[in-house]
Design a protein around this ligand. Structure first.
Ligand SMILES: Nc1ncnc2c1ncn2[C@@H]1O[C@H](COP(=O)(O)OP(=O)(O)OP(=O)(O)O)[C@@H](O)[C@H]1O
Ligand SMILES: [Mg+2]
Length: 509
């Protein structure tokens, strides 16, 4: 008799159906798994056998063949322990019920405990689309699965609980639909801790408001890292759709905490500069999303930008444009979303004092050029706002007047984001930074004076087509902050001011 149990597989961010077929026949006692399994699945043979006997069920002493279909997709992980075990018990008549609308997933311990696996949210979304009504998942993963409405997520702590449930002896209640609680965002740090630096704060507010990339350049101890660390405190609230997308990636990477099944705050990832290209972009022998994808709908902060491996940062160029990163494997191509705000900080030279108003730089001209050239032109072109972080003034530093709080700034940022959500309703655009070039005319109307200014700036600053469109998008955000539907001259002036730094540092020869 052939028994079929439904399960789900995960390839990158795509979930697909897997059927676990079991055939028990007469013959010499054996237990084989076929269907391109990797070593983890072979190991699952031993776990399943132990879990069955240790849970008090008999293991069939016959010829047992398990097929994981479709056979042409390479399956990885220990996800199929539970469906394999169940298919054996069903084939052995230990369970007898209709499972045509049920799917099962989970790793087993030798004692029969069901252990958590990665990517439950993505699989639950797909399972629902495929008409599955009950999705049996490891108990620890159930809150994550229960984010999806319209499908019963059954938490399974142990094999015995599952069998008693299927036999109708002790039904397990589906996990309650997970509703994120409205959180009061409190942070131990605040923008008001940063004295002075008003221009930088303004640039950060614009970046947060429209989702633009930002480069901060300045001498040591001027507060670049301090400012960047406070960026999460002014980021706009996430939409539910954004929460789901970001959670899916963290779930696939297996870094979702048990206590927060749904990420409700924008991620802020700040990898150390020693990170490898794979760590930043994703990939590896068992493909995993990189930091750039873990920062999806949030911030990727690269502190000390020139210290990063050049390949690692250059690899980000295309993903920064597309919002997705493609990873080529020997037999397939994976994509992970990575719609990010890139924020970077750097010193202007190795000693840190090139361009400093009062201190002398001890670097040679060549050393400065070599240092700055670590940031390629194309990467610089993608950083919408370039901002110089000047030394803090003594009066500012010792002043007792508190600057604006993060809460006040965040309220403004939220209002600006709300305008954008209205504007982009019904489209896949999330913020001004992601307006496609083809739709700039539609979303970025300019008045006549603004047109004249942008034309002049284009020639004076020798802008590329890309920096032109980025300039327009930043102006769009500044106009939004000014409650103006049409982009005016002053908005362009301000946006242009954030594109002049590269001339000061990079175009000096
Ligand atoms: N504007 C500021 N207001 C208050 N404190 C400041 C300010 N700038 C710097 N500091 C103090 O100086 C410390 C160092 O600042 P921070 O690490 O942010 O400098 P940095 O610009 O990142 O320097 P580096 O280039 O060396 O990385 C902060 O922890 C803070 O105590
Ligand atoms: Mg720093």
């Amino acid at each position: 008799m052939v028994v079929q149990i439904k399960s789900m597989g995960l390839f990158g961010m795509t979930a697909y159906d897997v059927n676990v077929e079991t055939d028990i026949s007469r013959g010499v006692s054996s237990f084989d798994i076929v269907g391109l399994p990797d070593t983890a699945i072979k190991e699952s043979r031993d776990r399943v056998r132990s879990a069955i006997t240790n849970s008090g069920f008999g293991f069939p002493n016959r010829r047992l063949v398990i097929n994981l279909a479709p056979a042409d997709i390479k399956k990885a992980g220990s996800y199929y322990d539970l469906p394999i075990l169940l298919s054996i018990l069903v084939a052995n008549n230990a369970v007898n019920c209709d499972l045509s609308k049920s799917a099962f997933i989970g790793e087993l311990s030798l004692g029969g405990d069901v252990r958590p696996v990665n990517g439950i949210l993505t699989m639950a979304i797909q399972a629902k689309k495929n008409g599955i009504q009950q999705f049996y998942v490891p108990a620890e993963n159930a809150p994550e699965g229960a984010i999806v409405e319209g499908i019963d997520i059954i938490p399974v702590p142990h094999v015995i609980n599952l069998i008693r449930h299927l036999r109708g002896q002790a039904p397990i209640a589906p996990a309650p639909h997970y509703q994120p609680a409205k959180q009061d965002l409190t942070y131990p740090i605040d923008f008001s801790d940063v004295k002075g630096q008003e221009t930088v704060k303004r640039a950060m507010e614009i970046a947060a408001g429209g989702g633009h990339n930002l480069l901060m350049i300045g001498s040591p101890g001027t507060g670049k890292s301090m400012l960047a660390q406070r960026l999460p405190t002014i980021l706009p609230d996430m939409t539910f759709e954004e929460m789901i997308e970001t959670t899916q990636i963290h779930s696939t990477a297996g870094i979702l905490s048990k206590d927060t099944p749904l990420l409700t705050q924008r991620p802020f990832r700040s990898p150390h500069h020693t990170i490898s290209p794979i760590g930043l972009s994703g990939g590896g022998s068992i493909p995993r999303p990189g930091e750039v994808s873990l920062a999806h709908h949030g911030v990727l902060f690269l502190d000390e930008l020139p210290e990063f491996n050049r390949n690692a940062i250059e690899n980000l160029r295309q993903p920064m444009e597309d919002g997705v990163i493609t990873i080529s494997r020997a037999n397939a191509v994976l994509t992970y979303p990575c719609s990010i705000m890139l924020v970077a900080a750097m010193n202007p030279c190795p000693c840190g004092y090139f361009g400093h108003p009062t201190r002398t730089c001890s670097c040679s001209h060549q050393t400065v050029l070599k240092y700055l050239s670590k940031i390629s032109g194309p990467l610089l072109d993608r950083l919408d706002l370039h901002i110089e972080v000047p030394p803090v003034d003594f009066d500012d530093l010792t002043s007792t007047t508190k600057g604006e709080s993060s809460e006040t700034i965040r309220q403004r940022v939220n209002a600006v984001r709300l305008r954008q959500q209205e504007r982009f309703k019904g489209s896949s655009i999330h913020s001004n930074a992601h307006i496609p070039s083809g739709q700039l005319d539609k979303y970025c109307p300019l008045d006549d004076a603004a047109k004249a200014v942008i034309k002049r700036s284009f020639h004076q600053l020798n802008l590329s087509a890309r920096s032109y469109s980025r300039l327009l998008k930043v102006s769009r955000t500044i106009a939004d902050m000014d409650n103006s539907d049409v982009i005016q001259r002053s908005h362009i002036f301000e946006a242009v001011q954030y594109r002049t730094l590269d001339r000061k540092y990079w175009q000096r020869t």
